[in-house]
Design a protein around this ligand. Structure first.
Ligand SMILES: [Fe+2]
Length: 198
């Protein structure tokens, strides 16, 4: 398995929870009330799995490995990805604030923006950024990344937390009638995003 395939597998689970967020905002729009308990759970998954773990692996392992292979971080694709991670964090903060105020409309607005940013971001990574890295990695970088990714669950989240978050994502999907992430295609989708290889 190529190292970035582990990250693409994370994407399928993150997309599952983005679909749950979509479902929650749709239900809120039709009923006039937000299911705040499930909204909290979705936000917990996104903060811990999508941001701390998944974006953490990209920022501390993948992007530095790509830099060592000659791809700069201050301009070009990595800079775009880092900026989008920050945009996502801003929208998560807006969702958190809206939940605290029981502001269903504010939550739905922030969630809609977050889902759009993350879906587009994931498409760029799967179809452009990851293949760009894989083209340049030698065996040494590949092995170091695989070892780093294998340690990341424990180092970035703590023992057993990943399993708890995966179960949370699956329970949310089951409760909301959202298809399981594993049913999605693992193949990178074509994506026109304007990212340029330096
Ligand atoms: Fe990613």
């Amino acid at each position: 398995m190529r190292p970035t395939e582990r990250l693409s597998a994370d994407h399928r689970l993150i997309e599952q929870v983005l679909d749950c967020l979509d479902r929650l905002t749709h239900m809120s729009a039709t009923s006039g009330a937000l299911d705040s308990e499930r909204a909290h759970l979705a936000l917990r998954f996104l903060a811990e799995f999508a941001d701390r773990l998944h974006h953490g692996k990209e920022e501390t392992l993948l992007f530095p490995a790509m830099q060592r292979c000659g791809i700069p971080a201050n301009v070009g694709p990595i800079a775009v990805m880092l900026n989008e991670h920050d945009l996502g964090r801003s929208e998560m903060a807006r969702m958190r604030t809206a939940l605290l105020k029981n502001d269903a409309l504010g939550f739905s607005a922030a969630a809609g923006s977050f889902v759009e940013i993350l879906r587009d971001h994931i498409g760029k990574e799967d179809s452009v950024l990851f293949p760009m890295g894989e083209e340049r990695f030698g065996d040494g970088e590949r092995n170091a990344l695989k070892e780093g990714f294998a340690r990341a669950d424990r180092e970035l989240l703590g023992e057993g937390v990943r399993e708890t978050l995966v179960a949370l994502a699956d329970k949310l999907a089951a409760d909301l009638g959202v298809p399981h992430g594993a049913a999605r295609s693992q193949a990178p989708r074509s994506h026109s995003c304007g990212l340029r290889c330096p």
